[in-house]
Design a protein around this ligand. Structure first.
Ligand code: PMP
Length: 404
């Protein structure tokens, strides 16, 4: 990407003197000035609670909050703003669907279809739903070394008509981008509802919910240059309109009697209590920022960096790189024979390279692949080949130190 240095200057953390190489973007991204400043301005001068006050400040604040919803609608090309529910993040969005939609639609004897490459947040809520209802969970297996999903198995499992197929767009460990459009089409042909975990894809590749054809899609603002504490659940409006609420209280009710309550239509029905108002202003600014960088360039830049790192890491002795051998999404997960992943991360940290080590919230998959602990470097549009080289140099040094 031509403008990396220009974009780096927009981030206080990256604009300093010799900053650490931040290669933990899969966990969360750094925040640009535009997001920080927008939240500061809003909190300092425009803030009040939303949807309640008759006073001008509350009306303005409500307009900002609902404006962020419209901005998210546009970003994901949803048909209506009423399809956009603000949640705390991906995890809460999946829990919302598992409770509200799952409680209504999943019964004993039904199947819930996931994949082996899911993050715990798109696995544990479904396991709990299965335990509550007596449903069974099945998993689409991954190919050798996590190189992708077994799509033949997916076809067979979808033909068995599970109630829902919940799967990740980009794997946070395997750097695989799943063919979401084809899988949603296949699901639709079999009458299967779909949920896409877009936590890793939403600010890395273009995500168009109408083109993908999913029923639900979940993501977190903090992985998109936005603040923590807010995320988006997209739901097809016809489905949201049929779903009961899952949390109860103020804001989500139309009329309350001593004996009961009538609920508002979506999205308000799913946003009980005071929402993340300041964070919604930050999310708006983050989406503007990501769009100004351009998702096509972000995708090309961050996956080229991951491929570059994967190639260099593979050439080191005893290194096993997971996922596809060629094209990959913006990250690289790897293990080194004889060196624990935590030692690799400590070694990198000493050389001011920030990477992730552990199971990456995908314990079942990493155990299946025989690497309960591994290291992961994840890139974004503000990372550089020089930072990738710093990673590879640190890992090479660690190998020489631990495996002399
Ligand atoms: N799904 C995937 C694929 C993820 O990478 C993550 C975050 N690591 C999550 C879900 C959970 O996101 P959050 O913690 O923001 O809810």
């Amino acid at each position: 990407m031509a403008d990396v240095e220009r974009w780096r200057r927009e981030f206080p953390f990256l604009d300093g003197d010799n900053p650490a190489a931040y290669l933990d973007n899969g966990a969360s991204t750094q925040k640009p000035r535009a997001v920080i400043e927008r939240m500061r301005q809003f909190a300092g001068h425009e803030y009040a609670n939303v949807h309640r006050g008759i006073h001008e400040l509350s009306e303005r604040s409500t307009a900002v909050y609902e404006g962020s919803r419209e901005r998210a609608r546009k970003f994901f090309n949803a048909a209506t703003a009423e399809s956009i529910v603000f949640t705390r993040g991906t995890t809460e969005a999946v829990n919302l669907v598992a409770f509200a939609w799952g409680g209504q639609n999943v019964k004993s004897g039904d199947t819930i279809l996931l994949t082996e490459m899911e993050h715990h947040s798109n696995m544990v809520p479904w396991q709990q739903l299965a335990a509550r209802t007596g449903a069974t969970i099945k998993y689409v297996p991954v190919l050798e070394n996590g190189a992708g999903l077994d799509l033949d198995a997916a076809r067979t499992l979808l033909a068995e008509r599970p109630r829902i197929f919940a799967f990740t767009h980009i794997s946070n460990t395997m750097a695989v981008e799943n063919p979401v459009k084809d899988l949603c089409l296949l699901a639709r042909e079999n009458g299967v509802t779909t949920l896409i975990d877009a936590a890793q894809s939403a600010a890395h590749i273009p995500v168009d919910v109408q083109e993908i054809g999913c029923d639900f899609l979940a993501c977190s603002a903090h992985k998109m240059c936005g603040p923590t504490g807010i995320g988006v659940l997209y739901g097809r409006h016809e489905i949201l309109a049929q779903m009961p609420p899952w949390q109860f209280g103020g804001e989500m009710v139309d009329r309350v009697e001593f004996t009961g309550a009538k609920f508002r239509p979506p999205p308000a029905r799913f946003e009980a209590g005071t929402p993340a108002i300041i964070e919604s202003a930050g999310l708006h600014a983050a989406l503007d920022f990501v769009d100004s960088v351009g998702l096509e360039s972000i995708a090309a830049h961050s996956s080229a960096l991951a491929e570059y790192a994967a190639e260099k890491l593979r050439a080191l002795p005893g290194v096993r790189v997971f996922g596809p051998s060629g094209e990959r999404a913006h990250l690289v997960t790897f293990a080194v024979e004889g060196v624990h992943a935590h030692d690799l991360a400590f070694f990198c940290n000493d050389r001011r390279v920030a990477i992730r080590a552990g199971h990456h919230c995908a314990q079942p998959l990493m155990r299946k692949l025989g690497a309960p602990a591994s290291a992961r470097a994840s890139f974004h549009f503000y990372n550089t080949p020089a930072e990738s080289d710093r990673l590879v140099d640190a890992i090479a040094e660690a190998i020489r130190f631990f495996n002399p």
